[in-house]
Design a protein around this ligand. Structure first.
Ligand SMILES: Cc1cc2nc3c(=O)[nH]c(=O)nc-3n(C[C@H](O)[C@H](O)[C@H](O)COP(=O)(O)OP(=O)(O)OC[C@H]3O[C@@H](n4cnc5c(N)ncnc54)[C@H](O)[C@@H]3O)c2cc1C
Length: 417
């Protein structure tokens, strides 16, 4: 296919990664971002072998590995009895896989620095609210109502609240989820926490507290953790009104080891309330506009897949453009390449989320009594490890990727950053 002029709306993981892939493939690319200075939003992220393979393909694996914290295990216990109800280890499945927990800033800087060093233009302060046909091309339209550019291909990477997907003919139904979470990035210091695990405490499915080691934002900075407290979004104001001390007392009662983290929180402003929504665009394109990342599919982060799926989308779209003879076939191939993986993980997120975030006593009882027992059986452990890794079905072949060889690198990966 000839070189295309491509406009990418949104400088998150999906937009930045696709800009790198497509510029390297010889296309003329520009990124349009609403913020004046592109900046990461939110706290920590668990990168899976899927997303890490994409970063490896982009030549950015060593950079992110040096910043992140290697995660070998997801562990959750009932806060009242201390009983383990979730224990998933990546090494339960063959292949030597592991996760890497990173601060959002680390993932953003890794991708953004590469985009800048490759001279890919980023136009900032442009909130993209729509698109419209201009002959056989497509214009992106800013909040001012002006066209900001006309492109052979538009990629919408503006995330879960995308105005482009909402205004499109493939707009999916959005389900705003009742539960969200307060998140904070805090110093790990000398606190007593498992540095190789995502650790959680539960009281039924109503309470979930989590600690995720999240590495460093920059090589010179100290290691930090992402701390989260699940709650109903509708209850957030009442929790705040009851006061920070009361909230901290509740958490200390459930999980006393969190005290060093709670001591760092002196103001509600240190906590970000994350809201989650669930939707899937089918298909993830219309005309010559492709939707990638959270714009095409967003969900609760319970399975820790969103940023990884965004990176897979970027790789898949670039592979489709490199291997098809025209744009229309490339977009169909992109949709086909991602369809099964996206559908499966959207479904799994939908099924698993109520086990950790809901009012249901019955579901929590099933999790604590039945699922936790079944999950100790080796084939089930393998299955859960593949779900967490994002590899339950192969996401690589259809996207033109070969999974990184984890075994070959295990020793060097264990070296301290
Ligand atoms: C609390 C929380 C925890 C999470 N944990 C994990 C995890 O552990 N692992 C994981 O893989 N995923 C996780 N996710 C999901 C992950 O954050 C998303 O899936 C991922 O960020 C999606 O990337 P994206 O590039 O599609 O969108 P985004 O990261 O949302 O980026 C969108 C970009 O577009 C810009 N933008 C938005 N609107 C406009 C506009 N109108 N015009 C121009 N620019 C615009 C934004 O400023 C931003 O730069 C989590 C999400 C949340 C909320």
């Amino acid at each position: 296919m000839k070189s295309l002029h491509i406009g990418i709306a949104g400088a998150g993981p999906a937009g930045l990664a696709s800009a790198l892939f497509l510029a390297r493939a010889g296309h003329r690319v520009e990124i349009l971002e609403r913020y004046d200075r592109p900046a990461p939003v939110g706290s920590g992220l668990l990168m899976q072998p899927t997303g890490l393979t994409v970063l490896n393909e982009l030549g950015l694996f060593e950079t992110i590995r040096a910043l992140g914290s290697r995660i070998d295990r997801l562990h959750g216990a009932d806060a009242l009895s201390g009983r383990t109800v979730l224990d998933v280890r990546y090494d339960a499945a063959p292949g030597g896989r592991y996760g890497l927990a990173v601060q959002r800033a680390a993932l953003f800087d890794t991708l953004h620095d590469a985009v800048v060093s490759e001279g890919i233009p980023i136009r900032t302060g442009l909130s993209i609210l729509g698109n419209a046909p201009r002959g056989d091309r497509t214009a992106l339209i800013a909040a001012s109502g002006d066209d900001v550019g006309t492109y052979d291909l538009v990629i919408d990477a503006t995330g879960a609240r995308s105005a482009l997907i909402a205004g499109s003919s493939v707009a999916p139904n959005v389900r705003n989820l009742a539960y969200g979470a307060f998140w904070a990035t805090l110093d790990g210091g000398h606190a007593n926490y498992d540095r190789a695990a995502l650790s959680q405490r539960y009281d039924r499915a109503k309470v979930m507290i989590g600690v995720l080691p999240a590495g460093r934002a920059k090589p010179t900075e100290p290691e930090r953790i992402a701390f989260f407290w699940s709650l109903k979004v509708a209850d957030a104001e009442a929790v705040k009104a009851a006061g920070l001390d009361r909230w901290k007392t509740v958490i200390r009662t459930y999980w006393p080891e969190c005290a060093p983290f709670l001591d760092q929180i002196r103001d509600w402003d240190q906590l970000v309330l994350a809201r989650y929504a669930h939707r899937t665009a089918k298909p993830p394109f219309v005309g010559n506009v492709a939707f990638i990342g959270d714009s095409a599919h967003s969900t609760s982060p319970q399975l820790g897949q969103g940023a990884n799926m965004a990176l897979l989308d970027a790789a898949a779209l670039s592979h489709a453009l490199a291997t098809a003879s025209d744009l229309a076939s490339a977009l169909r191939n992109y949709a086909r390449a991602r369809r099964n993986h996206v559908l499966l993980f959207q479904l799994l997120s939908l099924v698993f989320t109520p086990f950790y975030q809901s009012d249901s006593y019955a579901i929590a009882w099933i999790r604590d009594r039945l699922v936790s027992t079944v999950a100790t059986i080796p084939p089930v452990q393998r299955l859960l490890a593949s779900i967490v890794a994002g590899t339950l079905i192969d996401p690589f072949a259809a996207t033109g990727l070969r999974e990184r060889d984890w075994l070959d690198q295990t020793m060097s990966d264990r070296l301290p950053a």
